[in-house]
Design a protein around this ligand. Structure first.
Ligand SMILES: [Zn+2]
Length: 121
């Protein structure tokens, strides 16, 4: 007989994690934060351009945030404000090309538009 719960949990690391030493915990935290940043950027792109997998990508972002909240509560609380600020920066309307958006970069390249901000040159 099979259980039906938790059939779709791509980003959790299991429920009985052994006690990790400090270095391993630190590496895991850095990995989770990096993953969260990548997923947030992807989710913002997909939302901005109204793509079908926007909700799915956002769900993965939320799952990573939940993992950070569960394992690194203080970091989670400290980062929440930064994440909100960063996510707002990444959000854009599809009609306004954003230099930080991968989809906009492709569109700009096809149109021959230079998206690089002056200060980055
Ligand atoms: Zn875009």
């Amino acid at each position: 007989m099979t259980t039906t719960h938790s059939s779709h949990r791509p980003l959790t690391a299991g429920t009985s994690i052994p006690v990790l030493d400090h270095q391993r915990r630190q590496r895991r935290l850095e990995h989770l934060l990096q993953l969260r940043a990548q997923l947030a950027a992807l989710a913002a792109e997909r939302r901005a351009h109204d793509l079908d997998d926007a909700a799915e990508t956002f769900g993965q972002q939320i799952a990573v945030e939940a993992a950070i909240s569960g394992e690194f509560r203080e970091v989670y609380l400290a980062e929440l404000g930064n994440w909100a600020t960063r996510d707002a920066e990444l959000d854009h309307e599809s009609a306004r090309l954003s230099p930080e958006c991968g989809i906009c970069q492709v569109v700009a390249a096809q149109m021959g538009v230079n998206l690089t901000p002056p200060e980055a040159a």
